[in-house]
Design a protein around this ligand. Structure first.
Ligand code: NAD
Length: 508
């Protein structure tokens, strides 16, 4: 496909920074190629911004906050309404860029954009979401009410696997609450994110309200320690997320860190066999297993262990190809490095004694010989101490374990350090109710393989998958991006009775 178009419709050779409403070229000496994972074609280069450039972005956001915080709610909402219309209009174009830089299929790239678009739609109802509370007559002639005020400059740091949805989890809700924002997209695939930012400007987001810097650890650390940034939303691996959470918290910031996963699907033998097998295979191998909510472990309970051949059969039929080719089920993983890591973990599974039921290592894709492809890979006989179980593989690899009872399955899932998502497959309401109550996981699906909540709820997470109390989007994020102030007020008429001096704490 053609190289993506930059803001201003010229061919992108260098991803730009957005500072104070201007797309600027970085003065850095450090650059990284953005590579099509199916072809190795270099699509563009991304700068690792200098500390001065990060400073300039934060300063622009700080200046813009002075006026943006007082912009009427209706004006902010109308920008979100315009943005959602623009995203709809440009979905196909953005999906092409996203698929080229990330590797996912065009249909899945559109899904990535759509799940973010839903957050923009929700942001358009901020008028009711950001309302405070009011209590009349808390004492004689005294009222108390709360204001939900924006907090200032906020920042977002995003991962490579959802370059549309995750930036859209962050900046629309932050700015519609009256904050200003500095976004640091993944350095592996920032081009589709930049197209969304370009649409935000077109929708009317004023200069300085939304800024973009690129980079890796250094830029992230500068953001985490910057004195003028008040809140940071991070999504990425547990290792980096823990670092970001600790560093930014030590510097007095609010932080939400949504991190890695090992998502278990628990399959009871009373489940609908065909539906369950289809759901498992789609959730394990879709997006080449690079979803934070991908099913990476199947726990087959009792007689459901007999379903392994069905899973193998369905997985072996998936078509591995470039994301832009029609009929592709499994695209490449994002980079050569990611592929090497996945292959290394498959190797470890074999060495540690798991049974390789389906081997995706040698897959060849005609016309895309250089692509980072790994075919669907299935292990059985996996034990909890094996690396294929303890590590987040983030590739098209499904491992299966077998237990005898639902209680054992719940204990197994709860003993895993991650707590992002899980699914139970059953026809039993009683089993489902027990599971949802006892499982210590943020997102629970009942016969739903990827239970990502819609934006009027909040994305959640537990244990090793999340740090911070409040999740991205939904009601929780309105709390995250605002500060509650209580006002207790009394108004005197000219002829009001003189109460005298009161030296107690009580209100009269
Ligand atoms: P990553 O942690 O490598 O990168 C995330 C961000 O951190 C990027 O912007 C990157 O530039 C920055 N970064 C990388 N190394 C850094 C370092 N040493 N110090 C500071 N910043 C650094 O994650 P990724 O590989 O881009 O994304 C995949 C991971 O994200 C998986 O673990 C996946 O489970 C997780 N994820 C979680 C959720 C969730 O909501 N829980 C959603 C999507 C992805």
């Amino acid at each position: 496909m053609n190289a993506p178009q930059s803001p201003g419709n010229t061919k992108v050779e260098q991803a730009k920074l957005l500072i104070d409403g201007q797309w600027v070229e970085s003065k850095t000496n450090e650059w990284r190629d953005i590579v099509n994972p199916a072809t190795q074609e270099v699509l563009a280069r991304v700068p690792f911004a200098t500390a001065e450039e990060v400073d300039a972005a934060v300063a622009a956001a700080q200046r813009a906050f002075k006026t943006w915080r007082d912009t009427p709610i209706g004006a902010r909402m109308r920008i979100m309404l315009k943005l959602q219309a623009l995203i709809r209009e440009h979905t196909k174009r953005i999906a092409q860029v996203l698929s080229a830089e990330q590797g996912k299929t065009l249909a899945d790239a559109e899904g990535d954009i759509f799940r973010g678009l839903e957050v923009v739609e929700h942001a358009a109802s901020i008028g009711t979401l950001q309302m405070g509370e009011f209590a009349e007559n808390v004492a004689g002639g005294v009222d108390t009410y709360t204001l939900r005020q924006p907090i200032g400059v906020c920042a977002g740091i995003t991962p490579f696997n959802f370059p549309a949805m995750i930036p859209l989890w962050m900046f629309p809700m932050a700015i519609v609450c009256g904050n200003t924002f500095v976004l640091k997209p993944s350095e592996q695939d920032p081009l589709s994110t930049l197209l969304l930012v370009e649409l935000a400007l077109e929708a009317g987001v004023p200069a300085g309200v939304l800024n973009v810097v690129h980079g890796g650890k250094q830029v992230v650390d500068t953001i985490c320690t910057h004195p003028d940034i008040k809140a940071i939303s991070f999504v990425g691996s547990t290792e980096v997320g823990t670092h970001v959470y600790n560093l930014a918290s030590q510097h007095g910031k609010r932080v939400q860190s949504m991190m890695g996963a090992k998502n278990h699907a628990v399959v009871l033998p009373d489940a609908n066999r065909t539906q369950t097998v289809n759901a498992l295979v789609g959730a394990a191998f879709g997006a080449a297993g690079q979803r934070c909510m991908a099913t990476s472990v199947a726990v087959l309970v009792g007689k459901a262990r007999e379903w392994l051949p069905d899973i193998k059969d369905a997985a072996s039929k998936l078509k591995v190809n470039a994301g832009c080719e029609p009929g592709t089920d499994v695209g490449p993983v994002v980079s050569k490095r990611a592929k090497e890591r996945v292959l290394g973990l498959i190797e470890s599974g074999i060495k540690e004694g798991a049974t390789l039921e389906l081997d995706g290592r040698g897959v060849k894709v005609p016309g895309y010989e250089q692509g980072n492809f790994v075919g669907p890979t299935l292990f059985s006989g996996v034990r909890t101490e094996m690396q294929v179980y303890t590590q987040e593989i983030f590739g098209p690899v499904l491992v299966t374990l077998e237990v005898d009872t639902l209680d054992e399955a719940i204990a197994l899932v709860n003993a895993n350090p991650f707590g992002n998502g899980t699914g139970l497959f059953t026809q039993s309401g009683a089993a489902a109710r027990k599971f949802q109550s006892e499982i210590d996981i943020g997102q629970v699906g009942i016969n739903i393989p990827i239970p990502v909540p819609v934006p009027f709820f909040s994305f959640t997470g537990s244990r090793g998958s999340k740090l911070g109390d409040l999740g991205p989007y939904g009601k929780q994020v309105v709390q995250f991006y605002t500060q509650t102030k209580t006002v207790t007020a009394r108004w005197f008429d000219d002829d009001s009775v003189n109460d005298g001096v009161n030296t107690t704490i009580s209100l009269r």
